[in-house]
Design a binder for this molecule. Structure first.
Ligand code: FAD
Ligand code: DHB
Length: 389
């Protein structure tokens, strides 16, 4: 098999890249280790920045997002029993949409298949070859057959646990940056009406809590937990008691309960692997970087990476120039580091650190107080949240 661009991984990064390349008349093949049903049902991100919404709309895959997603013009920061609204649209002119990642995946898979795009599910044993030559290739097993895919470029969009990053040559010369947080998020899906029109990010001495949504009948809630804890240790009653305690307030707002039908625990880390290019191999999305979820940036960063790659590949195939491609890593990393900074800031602002001194806890509260009482600081938070940079 031969194609122009071999893409490993059918997450948001791989699928969107394949879609953008198709619109530019560039062929690609996407290799995915999981089944279509699995990628279309894995519950992950929910917040799409304005730039992500715009690119999905401009490239013809935003119809369901616009009709079924919820446009939000603000978020709330809750602490010390009070809620404070950050008016994203008034402060930045932009908004966010809450639309589940697996719905974005469904829209992109449908678009690729409708365009006769090559998407191979349930491949295994993916291995990369000759990435420092102009004829790289990927070998893998598909339907029991050994396959070889030759390409001009390989793009690793296979997430944090994928094979592309370890296949980057010059491992000794690469620089990785990492911080692992001493807490995780316990996430639940609940059958109920929304408790709030907007997302609530809450700081409490018992730990962080987040009220998000999925649809008028399904809600998404998270709370800070021990990353090594197990969902089995948390009965529904215990979960509700914890959420009520962390979200208690003096303004009469009440969290609506409902049937909990999914529970999961995720660990949290900040991670950046540099550079994001080695010869004809490029990394995009979680394969190259991870943010803690507090800033809602992961999916959006994956989208901005592949936007840059699509531009670089377009320049290569139209003009024979590798200028944009060779500048990809530096250009992408500028935005990545800013998002890493924002995600780390939101994380340390809102979570309880077991080793924090009483003084440090007061500093955290004072920082929140500063943000909600200063238009300049609130604007900075809003710009980062909607991705206005
Ligand atoms: P992935 O989505 O991880 O896709 C990689 C794909 O590659 C997968 O389908 C995988 O099966 C496949 N793959 C892996 N290895 C191989 C292999 N060897 N061969 C072939 N295929 C392979 N981000 C936000 O922007 N906003 C949010 O609100 C948000 N909330 C989140 C909440 C949670 C609970 C979690 C876990 C994440 C959240 N994120 C959020 C992060 C976001 O989900 C990720 O950043 C995003 O999925 C990254 O997309 P990706 O395409 O780079 O990688
Ligand atoms: C969701 C996830 C996030 O990480 C976040 O910051 C806000 C919302 C969500 O899954 O809805």
């Amino acid at each position: 098999m031969r194609t122009q661009v071999a893409i490993i991984g059918a997450g948001p990064a791989g699928l969107l890249l394949s879609h953008l390349l198709h619109l530019q008349g560039i062929e690609s093949v996407v290799l995915e280790s999981r089944s279509r049903a699995e990628i279309e049902s894995t519950i992950r991100a929910g917040v799409l920045e304005q730039g992500t919404m715009d690119i999905l709309t401009e490239t013809g895959v935003g119809e369901r997002m616009r009709s079924e997603g919820a446009l939000h013009h603000g978020i709330e920061l809750a602490f010390d029993g009070a809620r404070h609204r950050i008016d994203l649209t008034e402060l930045t002119g932009k908004a966010i949409t809450v639309y589940p990642q697996h719905e974005v995946i469904k829209d992109l898979v449908a678009a690729r298949l409708a365009a006769q795009g090559e998407l191979l599910f349930e491949v295994s044993g993916v291995a990369l070859h000759g990435v420092e030559t102009s004829q790289p290739s990927v070998t893998f097993l598909h339907g029991g057959a050994e396959c070889k895919l030759e390409a001009d470029f390989i793009i690793g969009c296979d997430g944090y646990h994928g094979v592309s990053r370890p296949a980057m040559p010059g491992q000794g010369l690469r620089k990785d940056f990492q911080r692992i947080y001493p807490f995780g998020w316990f996430g639940i899906l609940v059958e109920s009406a929304p408790s709030s029109d907007e997302l609530i990010y809450a700081r409490h001495d018992r730990g962080f809590a987040l009220v998000s949504t999925r649809s008028p009948t399904v809600q998404r809630l998270y709370f800070q937990c021990d990353p090594s804890d197990h969902t089995d240790n948390w009965s529904d009653d215990r979960i509700w008691a914890e959420l009520h305690a962390r979200l208690e307030n003096r303004d009469g707002w009440k969290l609506k309960e409902g049937r909990i039908f999914q529970k999961n625990i995720i660990g949290m880390r900040s991670f950046v692997s540099t550079p994001m290019q080695a010869g004809r191999l490029f990394l995009a999305g979680d394969a190259a970087h991870i943010v803690p979820p507090t800033g809602a940036k992961g999916l959006n960063l994956a989208v901005s990476d592949v936007r840059l790659l699509a531009r670089g590949l377009d320049q290569f195939y139209r003009q024979g120039s590798e200028e944009h491609l060779n500048g990809y890593s530096d250009e992408a990393l500028k935005r990545i580091w800013r998002a890493e900074y924002f995600s780390w800031t939101m994380t340390r602002l809102l979570h309880t650190f077991a080793d924090a001194t009483p003084f440090e806890r007061e500093m955290q509260r004072a920082e929140l107080e500063n943000i909600v009482s200063s238009r300049a600081l609130a604007t900075s938070l809003a710009e980062n949240y909607v991705g206005a940079f």
